[in-house]
Design a protein around this ligand. Structure first.
Ligand code: MTE
Ligand code: MOS
Length: 755
């Protein structure tokens, strides 16, 4: 194996200092002369018809500059992720969820705008809301959208499940449900639009897909995309959530800014973030699994229903992802998965760390444990027996001949399982250990674009500027890109700067989703750096008057392979290359091999790679109160190659905590279509005190499609942690919970029944 000097090292976050010292500029820190503030008036009823909106009183208030409603918008008033777009920026007639904005007030201050909202007279005729998927799918149901209430539906067919069930000795069935979860990023959605003198408009936005925003803002301002510049400000977390939300407020702020000729900022309050913008899909999932006595799984049949709320948003992708991943990291000959997302009159659901995989993984892994119980086989052995290996066919019949490190993740947690699995219950406390595995496709693959453009530009002093269209939102992509560029060019990490995304200056690289930055983005950075490296090596060979093969770049020098003391500083090489006319900048594209996917059966090549993982959770349950303590959490993932152990473990910890919270505490609660807990006072989510003791064990089975073999790790632990928690608690309590979150109250209720 090649020796690396920077790859594989725990380099400190390159933007860490400015973040922890408060120097980093978030959108709320952007102040421009004459800046105004917008506040959105929200519907307040889950379904209704807007009869009229009278803003005359609000406009009389001092400091109020404008009230925007649908009729004032400049463009098609349509947004979404996939055409045909179904979501208005502001509805002109029909209201489809209670948190939907129906008007924007722009005033000197945010408080003023908020106050003025109360004086807008919106006459809305409520209509009977459709609040459950069952209601939405009823034959005579009112149509929330003209095309009906099914947002997107697909079926994956591998082999023949009837045959698979016929071959089985046991067939078990289960139904599982999950609830809505909010992203709870520390910084709610915010956008600031600034008209510039050159007939352009600049948006400073907290976001994760700046080009997606540029496209939608331009279309809805009715200007060419090149007239809009989107600058991604430091982003206080996104987790999938700011893809859509930033588009909505970007358009509103942009429209107001253009009309008034002044900068306009719209910053959401927490309540707006929870009730107004996307959440994780709630799901109802039915599994049927057949197996032989020896544990071989012969067939799985799955029906997934996803509650997508009022608009499609990313439902199509979530539906696809749930479908592709529902059968788990197992080699099964016969699989059928029907996956459907449904419109209801609730806050729309979109992308959220894991993208449909956590829901199905919880259900799938619960059922695998149930199967193990039925067959009298150890849950880990059952997984091992069926686990995917290199050369096996995945659910879509794709075969990977490398980077299928699933079984090693089982090996990694096994010692902890043997150690904790024997813990005896004592009077008040019940102990349980659960494991759960995950498979998660990396990058978009057959779901969408898989190209990333990245530029590497070296200055004459040998410092480097990297530009990429993928956004840093806390996950550490700037650090990873810095490490890759530094490794290739033989320079220290702190000679590299990864610029913030500015759509004027970097190439559109598609959305920053699906844990793709390290893999596909990193590959582009590596390729661009390698081209710059060629110029340096060529220049150094001229300077040394020797062959290019005799040159290595390291520690900021060009060095002769045969004599480590023969060194020329890279700044001299770079300066010489500049004067000689050797290019010191390159824009490279990493293009994944094209997916080859049958969109009827959903068989074929989908993703460039999968991340595999197994988590173990060991819990202690208080018999009297239902309180759970996670005593041990081991998370093992095959990440191909660890680029930065500290950062990668941090991702595992953070994602696991979100998974744990999905499994144990978080739920958006509705009553009559209105969210009851849209604040951090009422919405239970983990604080630092709820941190679980995550121990990470990485498996490195490299993929040819990632830089140095690396695969993404940002999302997969969510699913495994939620599922492992459910299995651990179910084991401790001796009761199969088929719903997440399994709250303390749920546990107490079950234990009380038993008394
Ligand atoms: N980590 C932090 N700190 N903040 C975030 O917003 N988003 C997650 C994950 N980790 C997120 C995060 C999500 S949803 C994704 S898809 C990946 O990071 C994207 O980053 P990557 O492509 O670098 O893996
Ligand atoms: Mo992540 S949900 O793919 O943005």
């Amino acid at each position: 194996m090649a020796e690396h000097t920077i790859i594989g090292k725990s380099v400190r976050k390159v933007d860490g200092i400015e973040l922890v010292t408060g120097k980093a500029k978030f959108t709320a820190d952007m102040k421009f002369p004459g800046m105004l503030y917008g506040y959105e008036l929200r519907a307040g009823v889950p379904a209704g018809i807007i009869e009229s909106i009278d803003a005359s009183e609000a406009l009389k208030e001092p400091g109020v500059h404008m009230v925007l409603t649908a009729k004032d918008l400049l463009g098609p008033n349509l947004i979404g992720v996939l055409p045909p777009f179904d979501q208005p920026v502001l509805p002109d007639r029909e209201i489809r969820y209670a948190g939907e904005s129906i008007a924007l007030v722009v005033a000197d201050t945010r408080e003023g705008a908020k106050r003025a909202c109360r004086n807008i007279k919106a006459v809305i005729t409520p209509i009977e809301p459709i609040l459950t998927m069952e209601q939405a799918l009823a034959e005579d149901a009112r149509k929330i959208h003209p095309q009906g209430n099914v947002t997107f539906s697909r079926t994956l067919t591998k082999g023949n499940v009837e045959q698979g069930f016929a071959e089985a000795d046991v067939v078990i069935e289960g139904s599982y449900t999950t609830t809505f979860q909010d992203h709870c990023y520390i910084e709610p959605e915010i956008a600031c639009a600034v008209p510039s003198g050159d007939n352009r408009i600049t948006l400073y936005v907290s976001c994760q897909s700046p080009f997606h925003i540029r496209g939608h803002v331009a279309a809805n301002l009715n200007v060419p995309a090149s007239k809009v510049k989107v600058v991604q400000a430091y982003t206080g977390g996104s987790f999938g959530g700011k893809d859509d939300a930033a588009v909505e407020i970007g358009i509103l702020a942009g429209t107001a800014a253009l009309k008034l000729g002044r900068p306009v900022t719209i910053a959401h309050e927490r309540e707006e973030s929870i009730a107004g913008t996307n959440v994780r899909h709630a799901a109802e999932i039915a599994y049927k699994t057949g197996a032989r006595k020896d544990g071989t799984i012969t067939a799985r049949q799955v029906k997934v229903l996803l509650d997508g709320g009022a608009y499609a948003s990313e439902s199509p992708f979530v539906t696809m992802k749930a479908m592709i991943h529902a059968s788990g990291p197992y080699a099964i000959d016969h699989i059928e998965v029907e996956s459907t997302s449904v419109y209801t009159n609730k806050t729309y659901a979109g992308a959220f760390r894991g993208f449909g995989v956590p829901q199905v993984t919880f259900a799938s892994e619960s059922e695998i444990d149930e199967l193990a119980k039925h067959l009298g086989i150890d849950p880990l052995e059952l997984r091992r027996k069926n686990g995917l290996k290199a050369g096996d066919k995945t659910a879509t019949s794709q075969v990977y001949d490398q980077s299928v490190g699933y079984l090693q993740t089982l090996d990694a947690v096994e010692p902890s399982l043997r150690e904790t699995g024997t813990k005896e219950n004592d009077g008040r406390y019940l102990y349980g250990t659960g494991i759960a595995s995950v498979i998660q496709g990396i990058s978009n693959g057959a779901e969408g674009v898989d190209v990333v453009g990245a530029s590497v530009q070296m200055s004459q002093d040998a410092s480097v500027l990297v530009g990429c269209g993928l956004a840093e939102m806390g996950q550490g992509s700037r650090t990873v890109f810095s490490q890759i560029a530094a490794e290739v060019l033989g320079i220290p990490v702190d000679w590299v700067t990864v610029r913030q995304v500015d759509t004027d200056a970097v190439h559109d690289s598609g959305p920053t989703v699906a844990s793709r930055s390290t893999t596909v983005g990193g590959m582009a950075v590596k390729q661009a750096a390698e081209t710059v490296r060629q110029s340096l090596v060529k220049m150094a060979s001229l300077m040394f008057k020797t062959d290019e093969s005799m040159i290595v770049l390291k520690e900021g020098f060009a060095v002769l392979t045969v004599d480590d003391t023969a060194r020329i500083p890279l700044r001299d090489v770079a300066t010489a290359a500049y004067w000689t006319g050797f290019p010191l900048m390159h824009l490279a594209f990493s293009q994944a091999e094209p997916a080859d996917f049958d969109h009827d059966t959903h068989q074929g090549r989908v993703y460039i790679a999968y991340n595999f993982g197994t988590h173990l959770m060991h819990v202690k349950v208080d018999r009297y109160t239902g309180e759970v303590e996670v005593l041990k959490h081991v998370a093992s993932h095959d990440v191909g190659k660890v680029v930065n152990p500290m950062a990668a473990s941090g991702q595992v910890e953070g994602a696991s905590l979100i998974g744990f919270a999905l499994g144990h505490m978080e739920k958006v609660e509705y009553k009559d279509g209105i969210i009851q807990n849209p604040t951090f006072a009422d919405y239970a989510f983990p604080s630092i005190r709820d941190r679980i003791p995550t121990e990470t064990i990485f498996v490195e089975d490299p993929t040819p499609h990632g830089p140095y073999g690396a695969k993404g790790i940002g999302e997969p632990p969510v699913a495994a942690a939620a599922a492992a928690f459910a299995n651990a608690v179910s084991q401790a309590v001796g009761h199969r919970f088929t719903h997440i979150p399994i709250t303390r109250e749920d546990i107490a209720a079950v234990l009380q029944e038993e008394v």
